[in-house]
Design a protein around this ligand. Structure first.
Ligand code: ZN
Length: 338
């Protein structure tokens, strides 16, 4: 059994709930379809690099799904030679089929065990994806130092002053990996957001549970399947191809990156909670000190310093959830890099 037309996305969307495992060989290795949206590719030659590429954790974020699917097709057809271990995940095929971000619960808030607090298929899927990642990293065969990577690809609801950016997981000692940042710069990433605390996102899970270099990668705005201009992902595609074929992380000077530290999460604390911004305000829009950015019957939030900016504003969610992140630009020189 193989994948019809080497189209992993079509197979996944046609079987969004489950697929019985099967495997087959391709020119540079062996493919294991482990379940719907879960494809492990093992190269013929053992490799010490294990890369997880996930997309569609939010079902309607189709551009990155198409990018990954094209890479998979190239590998299976032999145009691209795979020389590292690769796990490809299409996160939420059920929501993708309905062109929805999620159906019941935001899947990207359910990791690191948070799924235990919820019911429904998205909670089950978070558990299944965690297992897929831990199985993948546990199957490393080579002795010695292993490189574990996870790039979780997304697109955003709104426009952004920095079209492509990453959310860097919270790291205990505030020491950041220079090679990873240079790889992100080379992949067309313009800004890096340094998380201020642990979260229940997929990338944080891989970092915290498996020591992976893991990032939530935002690649621009959401479009339906077939309406994505994939040329906007050219830089990322080029650096992924180099990584898949040569096991090499493309590098570019860090000076092209704007770094932001996260000050705090804005929490919707009441039904009356409102943000004083236009509906189409872009991510990284900056405000002046003292501006009352959020208010509810229980609280208000004033901007602390000129230039503080908002990312991911969204009040269309349940009380208790995150209505946005406040961030502040910082100098690259202020970072401790290794
Ligand atoms: Zn997303």
């Amino acid at each position: 059994m193989t994948i019809l037309n080497n189209d992993f996305l079509a197979l996944t969307l046609a079987n969004p709930k489950e697929i019985s495992p099967f495997h087959f060989t391709f020119p540079s290795g062996t493919a294991f379809v482990e379940d719907t949206g879960i494809l492990r590719l093992e190269p013929t030659e053992a490799s010490s690099t294990s890369l997880v590429l996930s997309a569609g954790i939010h079902g309607n974020e189709t551009g990155p799904i198409e990018l990954l699917n094209n890479l998979v097709t190239s590998i299976l057809e032999g145009q691209l030679t795979l020389n590292i271990r690769l796990l490809v995940l299409i996160g939420n095929p059920i929501a993708a089929n309905c062109s929805k971000r999620f159906c019941e619960v935001n899947l990207n808030r359910l990791f690191s065990g948070a799924w235990q607090n919820y019911e429904g298929f998205e909670a089950d899927r978070a558990q299944q994806l965690e297992l897929a990642v831990s199985d993948f990293y546990q199957k490393e065969e080579q002795q010695g130092e292993q490189v574990r990577l996870h790039y979780d690809l997304h697109t955003a609801i709104r426009g952004s002053m920095h079209e492509k950016f990453v959310v860097h997981p919270f790291v205990e000692k505030a020491v950041y990996d220079k090679e990873q940042l240079a790889f992100l710069a080379s992949s067309g990433i313009e800004a890096v957001l340094l998380s201020h605390q642990p979260t229940t996102t997929f990338s944080y899970y891989s970092h915290a549970a498996h020591g992976a270099h893991a990032f939530t990668v935002e690649l621009g705005k959401v479009h339906p399947f077939g309406q994505n201009d994939l040329s906007r992902f050219d830089d990322l595609e080029r650096s992924l191809v180099l990584l898949l074929q040569e096991g090499v992380l493309a590098q570019k000077p860090l000076s092209t990156l704007q770094v932001f530290s996260v000050l705090e999460a804005l929490i919707k604390d009441d039904e009356s909670y409102e943000l004083s911004i236009a509906d189409d305000v872009k991510n990284f829009t900056q405000f002046e000190e003292g501006y009352v950015l959020a208010r509810s019957e229980k609280s208000q939030y004033q901007v602390e310093k000129n230039g503080d900016a908002i990312v991911f504003p969204n009040t269309n969610l349940p009380v208790g959830q995150r209505a946005g992140l406040m961030v502040r630009p910082i100098e690259l020189e202020a970072l401790q890099l290794v």
